[in-house]
Structures are given as C-alpha cells and as structure tokens.
Ligand binder design. Sequence first.
Ligand code: PAF
Length: 283
Amino acid sequence: MKIIKSKSDLKIYLAEEKKKGNSIGFVPTMGALHKGHLSLVEMALSKTDVTIVSIFVNPTQFDNKEDLAKYPTTFEKDVELLERINCDILFYPSVDEIYDGNIVSESFDFDGLENQMEGKFRDGHFDGVGTIVKALFEIIEPDIAYFGKKDFQQLQIIKKLVKKYNIPVKVKGMPIFREPDGLAMSSRNTRLSKEHREAAPFIYKVLKKARKKNGIKSVKEITKWVEKQFQEHPLLELEYFTIAEEKTLISVEEFEGNKRYRAFIAVFAGEIRLIDNIRFKNN
Ligand code: PAF
C-alpha cells in the first residue's frame, strides 16, 4: 500500500490511474479503524480498480475541543489492517495540507437535513463534515464513495452535498457493523470504561424492542417507553430518541404511505457519546 501525504502527489498518482481507465473507490475515515470501516474498504476493493482510504481527524467537525483532543488514533495498527486486505492507497494528510492555515468550515444549506438530530446537538458539525468531504471529493474525484449507515444523517447529507454541487460520485451507504453483543461499531467505543462498555449494548436492545412495539403502540408511546428505559438506567443517559422519515430526517408521529422510516438515538455512556439507528417498517 502506498501512503501519500500531499494533495499534489495524490492527484498525480490518481491521474495516471484514471488515464489507464481505472475506476477509483474511496473510503473517507478518521482512523482508529474497526471491522465496519474494513467492510467499506472491502466493498470498494471488490467494486473498483483502485481503492483509496483517507485518514484525517477533521478539526472543523468537532463542536467539543476535548472530544477532538481525545479522538483515538491508532495509525500503525490502521496501516497494518489496510495492508492486510490489500488496500491500494492511504491518503494521510496533515491539517495544514487540507486547511492551509485557515481551519474554518464552509457554511452549507442541506435543505434542513443539517438541523435535525445531530445538527441540534452538535453545533456546526455538518458544516465541518461537508467541508472536508467536499474537499476530499475534489482532490480524489472518486467514482464511488462508501459511508456507513451508523451515521445515517451524515450519509443523507453527503448525498445532498453531491446533488447540490453536481459532484460526479456515486455515494453508497453500507450496513451497520455490530459487535457480537449488538453494540454498533465505532472508533469511540475504545474510549468506553469497562462498565460503560458492558452497559452500552443496552442501546441496540432498546432499539430492537422499540421496533417490536411498532404497529401495536403509537410513535408517542414508543418514544415515552424508550425514555423511561434510560431514566431507569444507572449508567446510560439518553440525549435523544426520535422516529424520523429517512429522506427528510424530520421526526414524525404517524407513518404515511410508502415512505421509509428509521428510529435514531444518541446516548451518553459516561463522557462518550454513542449514536445508533434502526429501520422501522411502515405498518
Ligand atoms: O464518518 C467519519 O468518520 C467522518 O465524519 C468523515 C466522513 C470521515 C469526515 O471526516
């Protein structure tokens, strides 16, 4: 695997590949790679000729300085994991290489998607995500880019970004990868204390039980039930639970026609914030 740190070196390398007619698959990450990331890389490897992964802890998408400072980094292990599955290129730029001394976000209008859920609780987060993903798409010009559905709101926002800016890339959402006990894989899981790690699978258990109530209880009743589960939990604190339409991400109280819905949740396990989501059938 080639490790490339500069935009210009990467562009030169990719121009050669494109000249040969090779398609480019791209997986943007912030490192601390886990099986969920690797599943995206494996998909890119199977679908495109050249697979490129980026590792860049993007400062502008963190609303909390401490969260940024404590974001896990496991660079050597990441390289080993990527080499093991034969990833072609790792793009590993510095903050300066990307932001050129001006660490600020562009301001985006994602037709309101940015104001729901995570947008309400993480100020400026999606401006930061939009800024870095747009910059990476402009440098790499991939044919296909892969994102996990754990960050479902982010996935919808990237799809909107691509549409609004006419960026010629196919954005693919990939299934959530879970630990055997059901906890959605996340780089942040490594920062959980032992007791919070043991408690965290409760989040997915509640989501699954909530889904079972669908069709029997109203959305309001399901939401109340979820809130109660966390009020009674000694270690996990609910930030939000909502059932929303997949396309607009607007919370609903009733299901309509043939639209698709999903339940979304954010929970604090100590100081670590975890998110998850699950498909809800429109009964
Ligand atoms: O999902 C992530 O890891 C990040 O938000 C992304 C897409 C790599 C942008 O920094």
